[in-house]
Design a protein around this ligand. Sequence first.
Ligand code: COA
Length: 250
Amino acid sequence: MTEHILIERHASHPDVQIIRFNRPEKKNAITRAMYSKMAEALTAANDDATIRVTAFLGTEGCFSAGNDLGDFLAVAMGGGMPREIIDFLYALVRSQKPLVSGVDGLAIGIGTTMNLHCDLTIASTRSQFRTPFVDLALVPEAASSLIAPRIMGHQRAFALLAAGEPFSAEEARDAGLVWKVCAPDEVEAATLSAAAKLAAKPPEALRIARELIRGDQAEIIARIDEEARQFSARLHSAEARAAFEAFMRR
Ligand code: COA
């Protein structure tokens, strides 16, 4: 089990599970083992009545730099699409408990798109959201090609997901990717306070309300599968391999 993901409980609200990225020396880039640990924690929470909400947090100044590019390079050299990524995405979609996230600083790739599956995201003023998929010769993932245009419209979704334009915290809030923006030193407390407030609500009513708001799960899963098919093919392309090698050589 990797120590790069910490599974904790909120000290004063133990019904809030915290999943924390803990690989700051690599900007919280996510390895296969990290995806697995997060998927397990999300799945276990569905059957654990002592968990009412899950909160994602990063480390100071960094939420996550996205998928570990060394892992992507390994796939480009001949492996298959990491199953752990798909399992994590399914677990996000199938989570029966509300998901909140607190972003302080970098949120790249899946560090951005996973917030589309969170019910409340709080970001610090110094946060930056960016998905350089196309620059890496890849395509959008996490059903972002379905959810982002719905919430922010074609132009902003295209700017984010295809053009790879960075979004500030305020731009992300205006686009509907983020609920609230606050000072960096307030992100964690604000996120956990939002989580604790949700955890105090009648759980069954909250579960049903959440399902109604989130819409058709099967459609989201189908888009994840379709994106994964394209993504997998792109991972094996010469242009993607060149992009990963260029990053690893820096
Ligand atoms: N995968 C693997 N390692 C990563 C990484 C990633 N996605 N992002 C950062 N790292 C590593 C760097 O290789 C570096 O490792 P080293 O100290 O052993 O050389 C360490 O994290 C620190 O990163 P560094 O690039 O020195 O920090 P920075 O502040 O100059 O830049 C980023 C930070 C995030 C802007 C830059 O690292 C970056 O662009 N990373 C790639 C992001 C990306 O494309 N993600 C995939 C999206 S699909």
